[in-house]
Write a new protein. Structure first.
Length: 160
């Protein structure tokens, strides 16, 4: 497990990761740790994208499959996946991704707005897009993507 600490100035620094062969990024200020996906404890009556609960340094936290949450193609079984533990909506939550790529700094002028996609389609949860290593990388707004009902009711704090 990798823990991110001691960043002098995290402004403009992003963690990039892969989902369904596409690149995404989150601000590193939201990041706590990264670990391999193990079997989460399934819980009943939750949306399909909530895989269950896992124990991390932050306590027992909900784990959300970002492919399902973003309505992307299903992941093939048998392949390794990663959990990125972040702070979203004031709670710790694990985001399951296909691969963690790298930490990069994007300048404010690197970001472009997402073009309008027509009626009913939109860029909810996207802060913009940047070009990173000859690929487009979508910048995610975790507080907008993750609804409070995804996170808060499932959070279990570690008791002292």
């Amino acid at each position: 497990m990798t823990t991110i600490e001691g960043m002098d100035d995290p402004a403009g620094i992003y963690l990039t990761f892969e989902l369904a062969s596409e690149s995404y990024a989150i601000e590193i200020v939201n990041l706590d740790q990264i670990g391999a996906l193990e079997s989460p404890r399934r819980i009943p009556n939750v949306p399909r994208y909530v895989l269950g609960l896992m124990e991390f340094d932050a306590g027992v936290i909900p784990v959300i499959d970002m492919r399902m949450k973003l309505d992307l193609e299903d992941f093939g079984s048998g392949e390794s996946r990663w959990v990125i533990v972040v702070k979203a909506l004031g709670e710790d939550v694990g985001l399951v991704v296909d691969a963690v790529s790298e930490v990069v700094r994007f300048r404010p002028d690197d970001r472009e707005d997402i073009p309008q996609l027509g009626a009913g389609a939109g860029a909810a949860g996207l802060r913009g897009v940047v070009r990173a290593k000859d690929r487009l990388c979508l910048l995610l707004d975790l507080d907008e993507i993750l609804a409070i009902e995804d996170v808060a009711p499932l959070h279990v704090s570690r008791q002292p």
